[in-house]
Structure formats: structure tokens, C-alpha cells
Design a protein around this ligand. Structure first.
Ligand code: ATP
Ligand code: MG
Length: 398
């Protein structure tokens, strides 16, 4: 069976009034954007709690399905047949030929689930269920009705458009990106932060990003790796404004003037200040990191306490309760893992101490930071002025 359309179902819980419009507008917008890279011409529109994607030309079915499976807010994707209202007899004939073409083996149980969203249709839902069920049994005696746990649900939806479908694919769930404001992701080349970006975007938050690099200690390829990761995250989140910040001089100053076992924490605190500067510029309402409690020395409760204090915006840590393996599984699922494990140097590993403090005290850290008083304002200013901003769009994945 070659489908020409998809019926898109989305979660409606808690969607009322104006929110519902925002949700639906963003969903239609994001679906359209994700289909841009797929071969074919599509029309995306919505009607009474459904979004319809209709192919207006030959199209890449697998590609379209994959693109839809990357849009947050979609709960279910049903390849469907859209048809005109030419009376019930013709509709049932179309459904019978559809079933015949789609299932060469008809030894399965089924149930017809009709929904009449338009009251001027001459039969109600229950009448359609009974009549169509009967015609299916007459035509395909191998098929059996099971109203409780059918193997196939044959849906018929009578709205302004008439559609029918019996196959479904799970969507990602979540909320359409763009419906919940914007946040600044601290994006490194590691496994965790790209997943953190994905998780925050899943709740409808658009993302900007900052990456701290330390040339010549970190290479162009390490930076390219971060851009590549952003391209993958952008498949789900939409375009990302990535600020690449030169962190070398700040790191060198910290290395020179502060106790080495406190380097990582102090560095992290300056990352927070700088990320927040760009967050404010971009209109973001929070920072996002890939931290998870206890994962490494810089992520103990005491360390997180010290890092957090440097920020005035809320800091969101979507992975806070994840085990490393859970984060890896998610990164494999979203496609960032292979890029994350490429072995390029990271600015934090270069200046890292052999024995970092695991229980830093904020008063001690702040005292050490005073050693930077004479230089830090200039260095921060310089880091801000020399930052490079790249607009990263989803790469063409097919
Ligand atoms: P990741 O896998 O995301 O690199 P990690 O396990 O290596 O995380 P850390 O190095 O402690 O953990 O970093 C904690 C968080 O700080 C990261 O998840 C990221 O949000 C932020 N971060 C660390 N290094 C950088 C960097 N060079 N640029 C931007 N953000 C960074
Ligand atoms: Mg890292």
C-alpha cells in the first residue's frame, strides 16, 4: 500500500484556550520545517484536534516518517488514506481494497473505530462500526472481530476530511519546541550535554548554546565536533545559535593564580557567568547543563552548590537523576553518541588537577577567586568581545 498522507495525533491534556492554538501552530510549523529536507511536496494543516500531512507529489515515505518521528509534541503518526465524501458505499469499498492491499495475510483480529466529528454525516459512529465491520467480515472471512484486544484497529474519521488508517508509529511525545520559551545550553563535546539539550527541547524549550574552547590547547576539530553535535540536536530542537567562546586566557589565569585542586570548580563558575551573559543577550530564561549528581568530582552536591551560586538565572539539569548508562542509551537513540565519543581534547581535561576537591566550600573558592581580581574583568570582556556566533541548522540526514 502506498500512503499519501499521515494523520498526526498529539497530547491534548491541559491544552485549553489560547495554549491550544500556540501548541498547534508550533506543531504545524515544526512539522513543516522538519519535512523541508525530505523529498516531496507536502501540505500540513490541522482540523479539530488532528494535524494532517498530505503529500502533493511522489515522496520519500521512510524519510517523511523519520522526520515526523523527530518532532516533539507528536504522540502517534498514522499513515493514512485521505478521501472525499462520496457516500458510505464508496468509502467502504475503498477501505476494503485498502485492507486487501495492505495485509496479504488476513488472519488477525480487528475492531472498527469510527469517529464522526461532523454531525451532518448520515450515519453515527456506532452505525459505521457495525456496518463496516459486517462488510469486512463478509469480504474477508479470515478476519475476526475482537472488541477488547484487537490486533488491528481500523480507524475511520469523518471530519471535513475523511480519513482511514490501521497502522501507527509512536511519536516522541513532549511539547512542540517554541511553546515554552528559550534556554542557554552549555554544550561541550561530551556525551551528556547534547542529551541535556534534547531533553529540555522535548519540553518545548528552544535552545541557544555556548561552547568554551581553549585554542591552541583544543583544536579546530574539537570545535567542529561540537558544531556537529549541535547539528544533530537541531534535528529535534530546530536551529541553535551557538556561541563559541575563547576560554584560554581565563583558564591560564586560573591555572596560574588559584589552587590546582580548585581549578575545575572555578572554571565552571566562570563558564556560568559567561553563558549567562549570552543568555541574557539572546533572551533566554535559564541555563542548561548535562550534569548528573555524583557522576564526577565536579558534580557532587557540594560542587554543584558552588557552581550554581555563580548563576543568577535558574540552572536546569535535565539529566540530574540519570545513570551514565541511561544517558548513553538516550544518546544512542538520538544519534549523538558516535560523535560524542570521537577522541578530541576538551578544554576541561587539559587543565584538570590530579586530585580535584570533591567537597569544595564556597567561601574557600570565593577567596581563591580573589587572586584573579586584577585581571578577570578584562579577560571576561575580551572573551565576550571575541566570541564567534554560528547559526547551526539541522543537517540533512538522508
Ligand atoms: P559532558 O558529557 O556534557 O561533557 P561531562 O560528564 O564531561 O559532561 P563535566 O565535564 O563535569 O561533565 O561538565 C559538566 C557540564 O558542564 C557539561 O554537561 C556541560 O553542560 C558543561 N560544560 C563542560 N565543559 C564545557 C565546555 N567546554 N563548553 C560548554 N559547556 C561545558
Ligand atoms: Mg565533558
Amino acid at each position: 500500500m502506498s500512503y499519501q498522507a499521515f494523520v498526526i495525533k498529539y497530547g491534548e491534556i491541559g491544552l485549553k484556550g489560547k495554549n491550544r492554538h500556540l501548541f498547534e501552530d508550533a506543531l504545524v510549523h515544526n512539522i513543516t520545517a522538519n519535512l523541508k529536507n525530505v523529498d516531496g511536496e507536502f501540505r500540513v494543516d490541522r482540523e479539530q484536534g488532528r494535524v494532517y500531512v498530505e503529500a502533493l507529489s511522489e515522496f520519500d515515505y521512510e524519510g517523511a516518517l523519520e522526520a515526523l518521528q523527530r518532532v516533539f509534541g507528536i504522540v502517534e503518526i498514522c499513515p493514512a488514506v485521505l478521501t472525499e465524501d462520496n457516500g458510505f458505499d464508496q468509502l467502504s469499498d475503498e477501505i476494503l481494497s485498502y485492507l486487501d492491499e495492505t495485509y496479504s495475510d488476513k488472519n488477525f483480529t480487528f475492531k472498527v473505530l469510527a469517529k464522526r466529528g461532523r454531525k451532518n454525516y448520515p450515519m453515527n459512529s456506532q452505525e459505521i462500526n457495525m456496518e463496516l465491520g459486517g462488510r469486512i467480515l463478509d469480504r474477508f472471512p479470515e478476519m475476526k472481530v475482537d472488541v477488547h484486544t484487537p490486533e488491528k484497529e481500523i480507524h475511520v474519521e469523518i471530519r471535513e476530511k475523511i480519513s482511514f488508517y490501521s497502522e501507527k508509529f509512536k511519536g516522541l511525545g513532549g511539547m512542540p519546541v517554541g511553546t515554552n520559551g528559550k534556554a542557554m545550553l552549555l554544550l561541550s563535546g561530551g556525551i551528556d550535554s547534547p542529551v541535556a539539550g534534547y531533553m529540555i527541547a522535548k519540553r518545548g524549550v528552544s535552545i541557544d548554546a555556548t561552547y568554551f574552547h581553549a585554542p591552541p590547547y583544543t583544536s579546530e576539530r574539537a570545535k567542529q565536533k561540537v558544531v556537529d553535535l549541535a547539528k544533530i540536536v537541531a534535528r529535534y530542537s530546530g536551529p541553535i545559535r551557538l556561541h563559541v567562546i575563547n576560554f584560554t586566557d581565563i583558564q591560564l589565569a586560573i591555572y596560574e593564580k588559584c589552587p590546582h585542586d580548585e581549578l575545575t570548580i572555578i572554571m565552571r563558575r566562570y563558564m556560568m557567568y559567561l553563558a549567562e551573559h549570552f543568555a541574557r543577550e539572546d533572551g533566554d530564561m535559564g541555563l542548561v547543563t548535562g550534569e548528573s549528581i555524583g557522576q564526577v568530582a565536579s558534580q557532587t552536591m557540594q560542587s554543584l552548590y558552588c557552581t550554581n551560586e555563580a548563576a543568577t538565572m535558574p540552572v536546569f539539569r535535565p539529566l540530574i537523576g540519570f545513570d551514565k548508562q541511561e544517558i548513553i542509551d538516550r544518546s544512542l537513540q538520538i544519534g549523538t553518541y558516535e560523535t560524542s565519543i570521537l577522541p578530541f581534547e576538551d578544554c576541561c581535561t587539559i587543565f584538570v588537577a590530579k586530585h580535584p576537591v570533591t567537597k569544595p566550600r564556597l567561601d574557600v573558592i570565593k577567596k581563591s577567586e580573589q587572586n584573579l581580581n586584577e585581571v578577570i574583568d578584562d579577560l571576561m570582556k575580551q572573551a565576550i568581545e571575541t566570541a564567534e556566533t554560528i547559526l547551526v541548522e539541522a543537517e540533512d540526514v538522508r
